[in-house]
Design a protein around this ligand. Structure first.
Ligand SMILES: N[C@@H](CCC(=O)N[C@@H](CS)C(=O)NCC(=O)O)C(=O)O
Length: 235
């Protein structure tokens, strides 16, 4: 089956967590909005008049299914492509971790848009600065410290132990994105999360991921996405 991924064409954003899973799995997929008339097709799919329309991208079309919400898409793909545990308890645990990453992604977004996504960054610079200070002093240590402890605690190479899951791929993206957006903060913080840094490097070296990262399918980070580099926020 050829999957159709629907997401904004110019950014990694939340679509990237899905792209990484599809790429690692070697799945057959098309990134619809990066092709002709793709954006119009995406808008049509969100038409709330019928079926099971998603509120926002990313969403995945898999045969007749239309699946929205990043963590929900990964729950589906993980089961089908060996990127999640086989047991119910294992799947719920991995899903729980992905939902925690979803929360973290909102907090990352809110460093540059603390007053709301409809306002320009330029109209919320002072609150963005305050939010970013709190993000680095309180929130990053809490979230990344949590994932670091899980990695360390089970003594395995991946968050669930010896086998890779989609959560490991998402944690790669979190480390990669924070390095892009906040290079100075991240440099100072990385000593506290040696396990996550090592996980990042091992994921980047996996053959399918390595090929993906070097390809044009990987959209470069930019200042329209979730991870944005604003010098003044990384002071
Ligand atoms: N919780 C959803 C959030 C989806 C979401 O916020 N998508 C953004 C792009 S990253 C969007 O297009 N939002 C449109 C809007 O909120 O109006 C997920 O994780 O997939």
């Amino acid at each position: 089956m050829k999957y159709e991924l629907y997401y904004w064409s110019e950014i990694q954003g939340r679509g990237e967590y899905v792209r990484l899973a599809l790429e690692e799995a070697g799945a057959d997929y098309v990134d619809v909005t990066r092709g002709p008339r793709g954006s119009g097709a995406m808008m049509k799919m969100m038409d709330a008049g019928k079926g099971t329309p998603p509120l926002a991208p990313p969403f995945l079309k898999a045969g007749k299914l239309v699946i929205g919400q990043t963590a929900n898409i990964l729950l589906y793909l993980g089961g089908r492509h060996g990127l999640a545990p086989k047991t119910e308890s294992g799947r719920l645990w991995v899903h729980q971790l992905q939902l925690t990453i979803t929360d973290l992604v909102v907090e990352i977004h809110d460093t540059h848009h603390p007053l709301g996504p409809s306002l320009y960054y330029e109209d919320q610079k002072p609150p963005a600065k305050r939010r970013t200070a709190d993000f680095w002093s309180e929130r990053v240590p809490k979230y990344l410290g949590y994932f670091e402890q899980i990695l360390e605690g089970n003594g395995g190479s991946y968050v669930t132990g010896r086998r890779l899951t989609y959560v490991d791929l998402s944690l790669f993206q979190i480390v990669d994105g924070l390095r892009y957006a906040f290079p100075k903060h991240m440099k100072a913080f990385e000593d506290d999360i040696p396990g996550l840094v090592d996980l990042h490097d091992r994921i980047a070296a996996r053959p399918n991921i390595k090929a993906y990262l070097a390809s044009e399918r990987r959209i470069p980070f930019n200042e329209q996405g979730i991870f944005r580099h604003y010098k003044e926020l990384d002071a």
